[in-house]
Design a protein around this ligand. Structure first.
Ligand code: DGL
Length: 356
């Protein structure tokens, strides 16, 4: 009798175990879509109008416009903001980082998709890339045409972003941007066209493409800060920060005056990024004010308005007091300098961070 009871117990536990394995194996990945606004939530007066209002639709309305998205993943949504991304704020960045960190640290999501305006998408992506580092992927997407457009690109971009975030192939890839069925690393993506649906580019090319709802990766992420290389520790741990160091960008151009940089110095900025001409060059008026800024303890980094080639130590009149940005744009150099200043203001240490 006892033997019969034990074997029945083993059989029933095995059945439960097989059932649970089956459920787990077929359980859909849990993807949280965090909406911040932008054109993907935009609406125009007609389906062919070029002018439109960004940030009109809710996250529920955006998700509802993508049939089948809940087949590939269990979707949860958060409306974190609803703004045009030229109006993104430090608070949105810090709250977005904290929300994603909370979701992954508490095993509440297997991936996150952020819908965002395209104007500052590369900046938000780079900020998250430097301050988050989980094996679960973060995929940022948006659209170049409003939701009311005759051929809106938002629904497919959102579907592809969820498919990318839901794929096991995306583990360890860190923060990515997915637009027009193309996947970029947050380390080196930038918006290269004001209106085209294939607006996003990278000097090093895409890291992958989305084909039939599946990400196909074609190269690894080269940056030393890549999640798997960095042992899933964020390069900059800013959990306790309530605000970021103030860093501004000052452009140089033909006979540029020193007024803008003088105003930044007077505003007590912690750092200045020079968006120089050529190999990170600037005119004498700006040069004099850079010396003034450095003497006041303001960190200055040289970058260039030119998207390719970067700025290295072979720049004209290189000075160790003014680090160069290597392969950063002015806008991503600003973000790296902001975060560097949460740890150090020594030009040598800052140069090392840019050199990595
Ligand atoms: N205002 C721009 C922004 O929110 C619209 C561009 C877009 O989202 O494509 O970034």
């Amino acid at each position: 009798m006892k033997k019969v009871f034990i074997s029945a117990l083993i059989r029933s536990n095995l059945i439960v175990l097989l059932f649970l394995c089956g459920v787990t194996a077929f359980a859909k990945p849990r993807i949280t879509i965090i909406a911040t606004g932008g054109t993907i939530a935009g609406a125009a007066g007609s389906s062919v109008n070029d002018s439109y209002k960004p940030a009109q639709l809710s996250v529920e309305q955006i998700v509802a416009s993508v049939p089948g998205i809940d087949v590939i993943a269990e979707i949860n949504t958060i409306q974190l903001a609803n703004i045009a991304s030229q109006n993104i704020t430090e608070d949105v960045w810090l709250t977005l980082r904290k929300t994603i960190d909370y979701l992954f640290s508490n095993n509440l999501a297997d991936g996150v998709v952020v819908t965002h305006g395209t104007d500052t998408m590369e900046e938000t992506a780079y900020f998250l890339y430097l301050t988050l580092s989980h094996s679960c992927p973060v995929v940022i997407t948006g659209s170049m045409r409003p939701s009311t457009s005759l051929s809106a690109d938002g629904p497919m971009n959102l579907y592809n972003a969820v498919a990318t975030a839901a794929s096991s192939e995306s583990k360890g890839k860190g923060v990515m941007v997915e637009m027009n069925a193309t996947i970029f690393s947050a380390a080196d993506v930038y918006k290269g066209n004001t209106v085209a649906v294939d607006a996003f580019e990278s000097v090093y090319g895409p890291i992958g493409y989305v084909r039939n709802g599946e990400p196909k990766y074609v190269r690894n992420i080269s940056s030393v800060f890549a999640a798997e290389k960095y042992n899933y520790r964020p390069p900059f741990d800013i959990k306790e920060l309530k605000t970021l160091p103030k860093v501004e960008i000052v452009a140089s151009y033909a006979f540029a005056s020193a007024e803008p940089i003088r105003a930044v110095i007077a505003s007590k900025a912690a750092g200045i990024v020079i968006a120089g001409v050529g190999h990170g060059n600037y005119d004498r008026a700006i040069s004099a004010e850079i010396d003034n800024a450095v003497s006041k303890g303001i960190s200055v980094v040289r970058s260039s308005r030119i998207p390719k080639g970067g700025v290295d130590k072979n720049a004209e009149e290189y000075s160790e007091k003014v680090p160069v940005c290597y392969n950063h744009s002015p806008q991503t150099a600003r973000i790296l300098l902001m975060l560097a200043l949460t740890q150090t203001s020594k030009p040598k240490d800052i140069q090392n961070l840019f050199e990595q």
